[in-house]
Each structure stands twice: as C-alpha cells, then as structure tokens.
Design a protein around this ligand. Structure first.
Ligand code: NAP
Length: 399
C-alpha cells in the first residue's frame, strides 16, 4: 500500500538548510508534501519555491514584504503571512505533520514552541531554540509527547546512536569537531587572521556565521549546550574531540565501555533526510561513504588556549537562565563585526566574554530571552563602537 506523504512546513526555506531540505524532498519523490514555506526578505527565491512546489501558505518578515510577495507570481489562492505571528501560524497549520525549523536566530523559538504545543514533530536545525530556550523547549516537548529530531549533524549522530539504548546505559556523549581552518595555526597567525581565512572551512560548506563559529570553535560550544538540553545530559558528561576529516559525526560511550559512532560524508542532506523520514530510512541516491578513501581517520583533544569558546560556553551553561542567550547574541554580533573587519579574530571571544561578565542572568522565558538577546547585541556593539543605548530591560541589565 502506498505510504501517505508527510506534510511539512519549512521555516527558513531560502537558507542553506532550507534549500538543502528542498533538495532532499525532491529526491524523496512524493513521500513529502510541502504545505508551508517561510523566509525573511528573499521574496524572489521564496516565490520561485512556492511555484515549484505549489505551496500556498507563505510567510515573510513583515506586512510590507508580504505585500511585495503577493505581487510576485505566487500560486493562485496563496495566503501570505508575516512577522512572528505569521511564523507561528504556518508552524501550527492543521495540515502540517512536521515543522522544519531552519530560521537563523532566536526568532524561531516562539513558532517552535507553538508547533510543539499543537503536536507537530519538530525537525530542528536552529541552534538558538535549544541554546537560548532549551529547558523550556524540552519541558514542552515532554508535556505534549512531541518528538524533536535534530538536524545538526552531531546531534543527529547522537540521536541515531541512541536508538534502542536502554535508560541509564549512556555514560557520555562525545561531539566531534573538524577544528576549522585554524586547527594548525599559530597564535600569531590567528591574531592576524582575516575573514577570508576564517571563511575557508576545510570540510563543510555552510553559511558565514556557522563557518566563523567553526573557526573559533564557538560552534562546538553552542553544540555542547544543545546536547545537554536535547539529551538531558549534565555538562560534565558531554565532551568534544577534534576529528579533522568530519566523517565520524559524533559518538556515545555506554556504561559498559562500548563506544558507538555514526559516520557519513560531510553532507547536511543526510541528517536532514533522517529527520524528515525518522524512523524510516530510504536510499535517495546521496553520495556514499567509502571508508578506504578517507584513511586515516584521526582524533585529538581541542586546544583550550587558542580556542577558549568551549570553556566560555560551559560557563554560560553553568550560569544558566538567560546567559546562553546572551552568549549567543554577543557572539553573533561579534562575528558580524569581525566579518566587517572591525574586530580581530581573538576579539570575537573577548567581546563575548566581556558581555557575559556584564550580565546578570534572569529566567529563560521567551520575553526575557528576546530582551537578553537584544541587550547582548547592543552591548557587544558598544564595546567596539563606543557607548550605545544598552539599557532595555531587567533581564539584560548590566551588573
Ligand atoms: N548551514 C548549516 O550547515 C547548518 C548546520 C547545522 C545547524 N545549522 C543551523 O540552522 C539554522 C539555519 O542555518 P542556515 O545556515 O540555513 O542559515 P541561513 O543560510 O542564513 O538561512 C536562514 C534562513 O532563515 C530565514 N530567516 C532569517 N531571519 C528570519 C526571520 N526573522 N523570520 C523568518 N525567517 C527568517 C532566512 O530568510 P531570507 O533568506 O529571506 O533572509 C533564511 O531562509 C541556524 O540556526 C544554524 O546554526 C545550520
């Protein structure tokens, strides 16, 4: 009997993960039906996607952009939503089974929570949802019996390794990191590193922010927080290991000493496909891993001195509340200033740490998270550009 198509909404369809999701949907033939697409301002690509997939629920940044999108050639009868409320509306449409959350930034949190509360399965790429609001998100998922299937390759690897693992059997999680472009660089070379050098990732092809985060290892710091939240693990049982070939995506160690790893080519379409089909697996013709072509696979400990991001993330995790959101917001702003050539490479972590030191964490509720995120961005800018108006709420107030 033919399988019923899974009906999905993609939040962030025009981005790196969003477009790769559409590629996977194409490969899966009729197994996935796209009900809704959301982007920010790239209306040309969104309209093209809507026509290609005959999608009639569309969402963009604001009413003005929505009016411009309606003027594009979108399928007849399309409903165009806008803003945060619009994102929530498309994420909770009754026809949607699975919501792919792939928007950049904290904007995805509210829509994800609404989707969980209305019983949708979540295929989660947006790190901010678990970094900034992880405890609340997982609590909601437990209350509503909702599955959150990670798309991030490391968390997908752990999620896959955990299938069938009895409760209490896992001793630790080991997240692998490629080490980024500065794995072998000296302190002097890193001090002078340019954006072009930081954007030259050796194994993964990703957006600018994620690539610079891989160069500082902040990406791993964010992933430690994500892993603690997603898998309900204490921080001292989540470790990192440098693995320059990016073939082993992560590992788990069981209490009996056995270690399980998930391997694959560094291609985000694999974890995306797994999240869309979970728990099913299908051959869709993606390139295959031939281990003999990748020999030798090597592993080493990260160097905390050149890469302080991991210990900074652990500090944010220990402080709790709004601190991880502040760390994330400050980091995004610092990376943007580095790419604008207004901050040196080591300045990224100096700014993040200084912003965290000025923050008194409040409870990690949605409103406080957004306030803390805004405050952290403004504070990060003011540390580089001189004073700005950073006083916009109690959760973000300076100590
Ligand atoms: N790229 C990767 O390989 C990778 C791997 C693991 C995890 N992730 C995580 O996945 C998330 C997305 O990453 P990405 O690399 O795909 O980012 P990206 O290429 O920058 O795409 C971001 C997407 O979000 C949309 N967007 C931005 N602001 C929005 C808003 N306010 N409302 C609605 N949509 C908005 C963008 O729309 P416009 O195009 O209209 O601006 C775009 O579709 C991030 O959290 C990232 O950390 C990415």
């Amino acid at each position: 009997m033919p399988q019923q198509a899974r009906r999905i909404a993609i939040l962030g369809s025009t981005g790196s993960i969003g477009t790769q999701t559409l590629d996977v949907v194409q490969r899966l033939g009729g197994r996935i039906e796209i009900v809704a697409l959301a982007a920010h301002r790239n209306i040309a690509l969104l309209a093209e996607q809507a026509r290609r997939w005959d999608v009639r629920h569309l969402c963009v940044a604001d009413e003005e952009t929505a009016a411009r999108l309606s003027g594009e050639a979108v399928p007849p009868g399309s409903v165009v939503y806008s803003g945060r409320d619009g994102l929530t509306s498309v994420a909770t449409l009754p026809d949607v089974d699975t919501v792919v959350v792939a928007v950049a930034g904290a904007v995805g949190i509210e829509a994800t929570h609404a989707a969980i509360a209305s019983g949708k399965t979540i295929a989660l790429a947006s790190k901010e949802v678990l970094v900034a609001a992880g405890e609340h998100t997982m609590q909601l998922a437990r209350e509503h019996g909702t599955s959150i299937v990670p798309i991030d390759s490391e968390h997908s690897a752990i999620f896959q390794c955990l299938q069938g693992a009895p409760p209490g059997s896992v001793a630790e999680l080991i997240l692998t990191a490629s080490g980024g472009p500065f794995l072998r660089a000296t302190v002097e070379q890193m001090r002078e590193a340019t954006p072009d050098e930081a954007l030259r990732h050796p194994t993964w092809n990703m957006g600018g922010l994620v690539t610079v985060n891989s160069a500082t290892l902040m990406n791993k710091g964010l992933e430690i927080i994500e892993a603690c939240r997603l898998f309900n693990m204490p921080p001292d049982r989540v470790h990192t290991l440098i693995h320059p070939q990016s073939i082993v995506h992560s590992l788990i160690r069981f209490v009996d000493g056995s270690v399980l790893a998930q391997m694959g080519l560094p291609d985000m379409r694999l974890p995306i496909q797994y999240a869309l089909l979970y728990p099913e697996r299908l051959d869709t013709g993606l390139p295959r891993l031939e281990l003999a072509d990748w020999s030798p696979l090597t592993f080493e400990q990260p160097d905390d001195e050149r890469f302080p991001a991991i210990s900074i993330a652990r500090e944010a995790l220990a402080a709790g509340g709004t601190m991880p959101a502040v760390m994330n917001g400050a980091n995004e702003e610092a990376v943007a200033m580095f790419l604008e050539r207004r901050l040196r490479f080591f300045g990224i972590m100096e700014v993040v740490h200084a912003v965290m030191n000025a923050h008194v964490p409040g409870p990690a509720r949605y409103a406080e998270i957004l306030t803390a995120d805004r405050w952290a961005r403004s504070m990060a800018r003011s540390l580089v550009d001189g004073p700005q108006d950073c006083d916009n709420g109690t959760a973000g107030s300076a100590a």
